[in-house]
Design a binder for this molecule. Structure first.
Ligand code: GMT
Length: 375
């Protein structure tokens, strides 16, 4: 099939997932056309089945806000026609679903056909999409999608609660390439991070308010009182500098390292003992799944779709949003009991295997072919 994938090219979960999906589809022989404003960060391989089409947004002195959505829809039309696409798969509703709707109308007017699938990822529904400024267009374009998918049961329910959706939303869980996370840890790397055998705690996110990264630093400060430990903070975003200050205030600055955005996140996860995710909401928590694939147990909140991925007592522990005391206790218990830690490592890995790329990508392929034969 000839598939157009529209996504954000950044480190965010939706872009990562969309890029990994495109790469896997290309490996299976499909032609995959990425349409976005920048080369996606995980699009770091050469494959003759992969094409990248950059959306250029010309500026003009009149525009305080250059119209990205129009440029995107026009690029979609161009790629659909020039490469005879069979379908568009857009990741993150805003503004990708409405741009796809516009492209579809244009193609139809010219006598063609282009179905589009919208995959909802989380904040496009729970944070941004709900905002009155966007809601009517988001509701309309989701309903106009030929197929709608959500990355967890929780996100499916949240979408029905917040929008008047008249169609079925199918759940296709996020996935991880287990192979990529099953390498041998680099011992020298572990020595640099934890020279005296300290336990290594890790977090990865875009450091936005929804992640409650202050809770990560507070949990770590509690753990640090109980045992020698290091905290690695992967990623970057608006809360990062406040977290550097908080680490100083809590007296743990020498044991907390802000390592910034990392392409080879598996290298860090493979030398880690515990992954922390304290978000106020997570539709799924792809970062937690990647940690589990590297045999790292997770302590997370029980918000949104997180309990669907991080199973209490099996892959780690969960607690209520903001319950720093419980999560600190759980972390200390886990890290000071080698037997329990090993059991959780196994549990985390075994659960991650269920979400392996080889189990999930065929579900998207089935969806594409079912959908195309219906057309
Ligand atoms: O986590 C973010 O803020 C980024 C965001 C995105 O769309 O890039 O992530 C969302 O999509 C991921 C992939 O489906 C999910 O794993 C994340 O849980 C979800 N984030 C939220 O719901 C806050």
């Amino acid at each position: 099939m000839r598939i157009g994938i529209v996504c954000y090219p950044t480190f965010g979960g939706s872009g990562v997932l969309a890029t990994e999906l495109g790469k896997a589809l290309a490996d299976k022989g499909h032609s995959v056309h990425f349409i976005t404003y920048q080369q996606p960060v995980r699009l770091n391989v050469f494959n003759t089945n992969i094409y990248y089409h950059e959306v250029r947004v010309p500026t003009y002195p009149l525009f305080d806000y250059p119209p990205y959505e129009i440029a995107l829809a026009s690029t979609m039309v161009d790629v659909i026609k020039n490469h005879k696409l069979d379908l568009l798969h857009v990741h993150y509703a805003i503004p990708h679903a409405s741009a796809a709707y516009m492209a579809k109308q244009i193609i139809q007017k010219e006598g063609g056909k282009i179905p589009f699938i919208t995959t909802l990822h989380g904040t496009d529904i729970t944070l941004v999409g709900k905002d009155k400024t966007y809601e009517p267009v988001v509701t309309f374009s989701i309903n106009e999608s030929d197929v709608i998918t959500a990355v967890s049961e929780n996100l499916r329910e949240e979408t029905y609660k917040s929008f008047k959706i008249t169609k079925d939303i199918e759940v296709i869980y996020n996935f991880v390439d287990i192979k990529r996370f099953s390498k041998k840890p680099i011992d020298a790397f572990k020595k640099v991070i934890a020279p005296n055998g300290e336990k290594v705690l890790v977090h990865a996110s875009n450091f936005r308010k929804v992640k409650r990264v202050q809770d990560i630093v507070k949990i770590f400060a509690g753990v640090r009182k109980a045992m020698p430990a290091k905290l690695l903070m992967i990623g970057d975003g608006p809360e990062r500098s406040a977290m550097e200050v908080l680490s100083k205030d809590l007296g743990v600055q020498d044991d907390v390292r802000f390592v910034g955005k990392q392409e080879q996140i598996e290298e860090i996860l493979l030398v880690s003992d515990l992954f922390l995710l304290t978000s106020e909401y997570e539709s799924f928590g792809l970062a937690a799944l990647e940690a589990m694939a590297a045999r790292v147990p997770v302590i997370s909140t029980n918000a949104g779709g997180l309990p669907e991925v991080n199973i209490y007592g099996e892959t780690g522990f969960t607690a209520n949003v903001g319950d720093v005391a419980t999560m600190t206790q759980q972390a200390i218990e886990l890290l000071s009991n080698e037997e329990l830690l090993e059991k959780m490592r196994e549990g985390a890995y075994n659960n991650a295997v269920k979400y392996d790329i080889n189990n999930i990508v065929p579900l998207y392929e089935q969806l594409y072919s079912r959908f195309c034969s219906m057309e």
